[in-house]
Design a protein around this ligand. Structure first.
Ligand code: 7TS
Length: 413
């Protein structure tokens, strides 16, 4: 895509100006923030919404007869509606407000596990899962006697689809897969994964933590059964996230947690549960979080996910080419279809030391196993240095990264 098309709808300087933290200094230097895969920065629009909510609308939701509580409820539900639109879900009944991706996966693993997993059953995940899409399923398997099955990946960090198909059997009860890998950047062929599972009547959960910041996700077009993501990675606040579930599943599954909000009637003998989506939202929710998340999702839609993807791809290409020109540098995760994450190693240099030198230069990257220890084992490495781009990064950030890595290589080798 040519730059002129991008800049007509996408002005990087305007976007950067929306993010106050990008104007700060780190280690006495203008910050170069390349760790958005861990958590994104927040635009002024989101900060203003949080401030406005607490100054003008703050009250508990779904409870008060008074005007203020109604306003808080409307603001909270507006966040849900923004998430529905963002994912193109059919109804807000299918949008559960959770704490984040980890919480969304735990909800499904717990509720689905209790109802459907039995001794001898199997849960299929992949070798590139974040720990949060491994451990909840291990817990569910421990409790039920089910077994975890793992789709292997090739040396480029792509799923072995033939092996995936072989893993799908009558014993498979659910497939839980990362949409975009946080450690490799691989964009998985989720349409095909879902189609193959559905041919056998198996539901699919997608971990969308790293997909939603970078691309348009349409849960109806995907026909996915569960989809979850974190607010803090899509320019929203921490502590809030979304779990989408098809209505038929959410109606079918037992509640995750018990408490206020999620009930219809309570007696000591028996409790009946609230209607969707409230059945899965026990207790006072993160009201301001939902407000902020809604504004963040609207902000992304306003910039346009296609514009964001094109912009980030340009940065990814540029950074990849320039990094590969550095002696002894290799990239871990070279899938044909990648989002804006670059994991790399410099032969003879420990990732932590590279990260520390970059930090001294005001460049924030992540080092380590990125909560994907089994994937690091698969590649026979302890960890990587990871640079990740968001909509607000620019070519200058890439230049600083390259200069910093060159300097680290000179110092460490
Ligand atoms: N799934 C993926 C693919 C992730 O990248 C992360 C967080 C999670 C799940 C968990 O999200 P949470 O918001 O519930 O914590 N990933 C990272 C990362 O790459 N560096 O820090 C957090």
């Amino acid at each position: 895509m040519s730059n002129s098309i991008i800049t007509s709808a996408f002005d990087i300087d305007t976007i950067r100006a929306d993010f106050p933290l990008l104007g700060e200094q780190m280690r006495g230097k203008p910050i170069v923030f390349l760790d958005s895969a861990a958590s994104s920065q927040k635009p002024q629009q989101v900060l203003d919404a949080l401030d406005y909510y607490y100054k003008h609308q703050n009250a508990n939701v779904h409870r008060g007869v008074y005007e203020l509580s109604q306003q808080a409820t409307d603001a909270y539900e507006q966040g849900r509606e923004s998430a529905r639109r963002f994912l193109n879900a059919a109804s807000t009944e299918e949008i559960i407000l959770v704490k984040g991706t980890t919480d969304g996966i735990n909800l499904v693993a717990s509720s689905f596990g209790r109802k459907y997993l039995r001794e001898g059953d199997e849960v299929v995940i992949s070798a590139m899962e974040h720990h949060s899409n491994i451990v909840p399923w291990q817990l569910a398997c421990e409790q039920s006697g089910a077994t975890l099955k793992v789709i292997p990946v090739n040396d480029k960090g792509e799923l072995l689809m033939d092996e995936y198909e072989k893993l799908l059997t009558d014993r498979t009860k659910i497939v839980a897969l990362v949409h975009v890998s946080n450690a490799l950047g691989t964009i998985n062929p989720v349409e095909e994964v879902i189609a193959k599972a559905h041919e056998r009547g198996i539901p699919v959960l997608l971990d969308g933590a790293q997909a939603t910041p970078h691309m348009k996700v349409d849960v109806q077009a995907l026909d996915v059964d569960f989809y979850t993501f974190s607010g803090h990675k899509v320019f929203g606040p921490t502590g809030i996230g979304i779990l989408y579930g098809k209505k038929k599943w959410l109606e079918d599954l037992p509640p995750y947690q018990g408490g206020g909000e999620m009930i219809a009637t309570v007696t000591f003998e028996k409790t009946t549960y609230n209607e969707l989506p409230h059945k899965f939202e026990a207790g006072t929710p993160d009201i301001s979080g939902a407000v902020g998340l809604g504004v963040a999702l609207d902000y992304i839609e306003k910039i346009g996910q296609d514009n964001i993807a094109a912009h980030e791809n340009a940065l990814l290409q540029s950074a990849t080419e320039q990094l590969l020109a550095i002696d002894g540098l290799r990239i871990i995760g070279t899938a044909d279809n990648k989002a804006s994450v670059i994991s790399f190693l410099i032969d003879g240099a420990h990732p932590y030391d590279v990260g520390t030198i970059l930090d001294k230069l005001g460049i924030a990257v992540r080092t380590g196993h990125h909560c994907t220890q089994p994937l690091m084992d698969r590649f026979g490495i302890p960890g990587t240095v990871r640079a990740s781009f968001a909509a607000y990064n620019n070519e200058d950030d890439v230049e600083q990264l390259i200069a910093g890595v060159q300097r680290a290589a000179r110092m460490l080798l």
